[in-house]
Every structure is written in structure tokens, then in C-alpha cells.
Design a protein around this ligand. Structure first.
Ligand SMILES: [Zn+2]
Ligand SMILES: [Zn+2]
Ligand SMILES: [Zn+2]
Length: 163
């Protein structure tokens, strides 16, 4: 009997406050254990990235932060994004010049980002066979940036759950 693997895409009606709250809490714990400063702006930017499972750009983050009466400069947001990227709390979607929260920042990992072109949702997977195949196919090449972006249509859009 073959079981269908569970989709990496979150159900459209899941309680996203839980995802966001747990991401912030984990970042807080990780920063404390790694002796990193989780400043107010770093926290606010991470929260803005986690507003959904769709990528968000730096200027949208800046607008969101400043809409609440703050007056952050673009540089401040970029620096916070760099910090979050360097420490694995977020990933960059190069094809959209935007960012997505990482659901498992505790461990260093490769990521394959599945990007739904209909609803914009991004699901992250870390497939060991994909990584092995890539290494085998590129002998002698020192791979540095190992994030792969794959576009398509998510299971929820395909089944009409987002209609
Ligand atoms: Zn969620
Ligand atoms: Zn990740
Ligand atoms: Zn979709």
C-alpha cells in the first residue's frame, strides 16, 4: 500500500497566527542561545515576513512597519533582513526579490522552495535525494548557494480550495 506524502503546503484554512507566533518565539530562543541581539526592528521585520506564506519584498515590509507610525529608513530594514538571512530565519526568493520565513531555522539545511504561481504560497522542502543528485551531477563544483526555486501550482489551487 502506498501512502500519499503529506503536502508541504499549509492548508488554506489553518490558523496562521500559530505559525507566526511560533516562528517569532523560536527566533527569540535561537538568538538567546547564540548570543545574538533580537532587536525590536529585527523582530518587527521577521513578523512582517511571517504575515503569510507568500514572499514579501523589502519595500512592502518598510511600508508595513511605517504604517504603524514608525519612521524606519530603508537601510534599517535591509540590515535587519541581512541579519535574518544570515542566521537562517528567512530565505530569499531571488526570482521575486522577496523573502519568506523559514519554518525550521534550528538546523542548517538545503532548501527547495515550491512557489505557487496562482496563490503565491511558498512551501519549503529539504529533500536529501535532490541534494545528493545535485552533488553527483556537478563533480568538482563547490556549491555555495543551494536554494532551488521551483514554480508551479499548489495542491490547494489544483483542487479548487482557494477558489
Ligand atoms: Zn501559516
Ligand atoms: Zn529553511
Ligand atoms: Zn496555490
Amino acid at each position: 500500500m502506498s501512502r500519499r506524502p503529506r503536502s508541504a503546503f499549509p492548508s488554506p484554512d489553518h490558523d496562521h497566527r500559530g505559525c507566526s507566533a511560533s516562528a517569532i518565539a523560536r527566533a527569540e530562543t535561537l538568538c538567546a542561545s547564540r548570543k545574538l541581539r533580537f532587536t525590536a526592528i529585527r523582530r518587527a521585520v521577521l513578523k512582517a515576513v511571517w504575515q503569510s506564506h507568500s514572499p514579501v519584498g523589502a519595500y512592502d515590509i518598510l511600508a508595513k512597519l511605517n504604517a504603524k507610525g514608525a519612521d524606519h529608513a530603508p537601510m534599517a530594514v535591509y540590515r535587519a533582513l541581512d541579519f535574518l538571512l544570515e542566521n537562517g530565519f528567512i530565505h530569499r526568493i531571488s526570482s521575486q526579490n522577496a523573502f519568506i520565513g523559514c519554518p525550521h531555522p534550528e538546523t542548517e539545511h538545503d532548501s527547495q522552495l515550491l512557489i505557487c504561481r496562482r496563490c503565491g504560497t511558498v512551501a519549503e522542502i529539504d529533500s536529501a535525494p535532490v541534494t545528493r543528485a545535485l552533488k553527483a551531477a556537478a563533480p568538482g563544483f563547490a556549491i555555495e548557494q543551494r536554494t532551488i526555486e521551483i514554480s508551479g501550482v499548489c495542491p490547494h489551487c489544483r483542487s479548487g480550495a482557494h477558489a
